[in-house]
Design a protein around this ligand. Structure first.
Ligand code: NAP
Length: 300
């Protein structure tokens, strides 16, 4: 099963990034999960289900430079749920909100990309950790309804409608203490213009910019950070790898006690992977996008 992540698109640019670009002719880099069919290593037993960089292919070789993590048996969760909530997007939500954003009880929290894999978890963890108000931003009325009814946000604003900054002010008149931004561009600017005193902006993603063919226009409202004594910080989840179990324990407990709702958007067939990636940019996905390569792989 492949995890379809917006960052795959950024790896396709021939430009410096946090990982080298995917070269012409290379297999597309991607995280995923698979079952061990043969092993000459004590790390893996035949039948183990493992996660790591599988790439867009049916078979992958593990070695000392390319290791996988064995998913523990008996989690009581299906593989798609593990790939979603306990996978990269779940832990990104967790550490981005708590560690980078420094959520404190009573915060007014704004989340863009709120109906997506990362954003939906951010809002629910914020609620569980005592946020005063959790507001989402998503594309279109159906997604906004999902954000409120399925994921329990207090409100959700449609960024495709005009005057987002003004509507944000109406929704959060005291300002936004913590803005978890997955989108960048105009959405980031609208959030910046409503930041509260000592507000924090977590730069998790900038999906509105990944397909830009021209140089995107600048962000207009950074001066708000001066008057409001705010800060804005980016992060890459790979830096938190040694702490993933900490997040996974809490997220798994939230799934078990029903406080963390999740949706997986399953696309069947390896050959569908490019279309699945494009769904992230049209907003055609509902929840975590996964490509099922082999229907028989299951967790015990
Ligand atoms: N920093 C890190 O380490 C890290 C790790 C994981 C993910 N991320 C970032 O987190 C963000 C979300 O990733 P995800 O995997 O959870 O994907 P996702 O939110 O499940 O799917 C992407 C969503 O982005 C929205 N979108 C697409 N184009 C947009 C645009 N032009 N303007 C506004 N919204 C747009 C769409 O939602 P609507 O239908 O609402 O438009 C789409 O459903 C991405 O920016 C990704 O790069 C960062």
């Amino acid at each position: 099963m492949l995890s379809i992540d917006p960052t795959i698109r950024t790896w396709m640019n021939d430009a410096p990034g946090y990982l080298p670009p995917i070269a012409i002719g290379d297999v597309v880099r991607s995280s995923g999960a698979g079952v061990v069919v043969e092993s000459q290593s004590p790390r893996y037993e035949v039948g183990d289900v493992v996660t790591g960089f599988t790439n867009w292919q049916e078979w992958v070789l593990a070695d000392a430079d390319h290791r996988f993590t064995v998913i523990p048996k008996g989690l009581g969760l299906d593989l798609a749920t593990v790939m979603n909530v306990l996978g990269a997007t779940g832990v990104t939500a967790y550490f981005g909100l708590l560690d980078v954003g420094g959520l404190v009880p009573g915060d007014v929290v704004l989340v863009s990309g709120a109906a997506g894999a990362t954003g939906s978890v951010v809002g629910q963890v914020a609620r569980a950790r005592g946020a005063k108000q959790v507001v989402g931003i998503a594309g279109g009325p159906a997604k906004c309804t999902e954000v409120v009814e399925d994921y329990g946000f207090d409100a959700c604003l449609d960024y495709r409608e005009p005057h987002l900054a003004r509507r944000l002010h109406e929704a959060c008149p005291e300002g936004i203490d913590l803005f978890f931004d997955n989108v960048g561009g105009e959405v980031l600017d609208a959030g910046l213009s409503n930041i509260a005193l000592h507000g924090r902006i977590v730069l998790c993603g900038a999906i509105s910019q990944y397909n830009a063919m021209e140089r995107p226009p600048g962000i207009a409202n950074t001066a708000m950070l001066i008057g409001r004594r705010g800060r804005m910080q980016g992060f890459i989840i790979l830096d938190y790898a040694s702490r993933f179990p900490e997040a996974q324990r809490e997220l798994a407990a939230m799934v078990a006690n029903g406080t963390l709702k999740h949706h997986e958007h399953l696309v069947h067939g390896l050959e569908q992977a490019p279309d699945a990636l494009n769904l992230l940019f049209t907003g055609g996905n509902h929840g975590k996008t996964l490509v099922v390569v082999d229907e028989t792989v299951q967790l015990d």
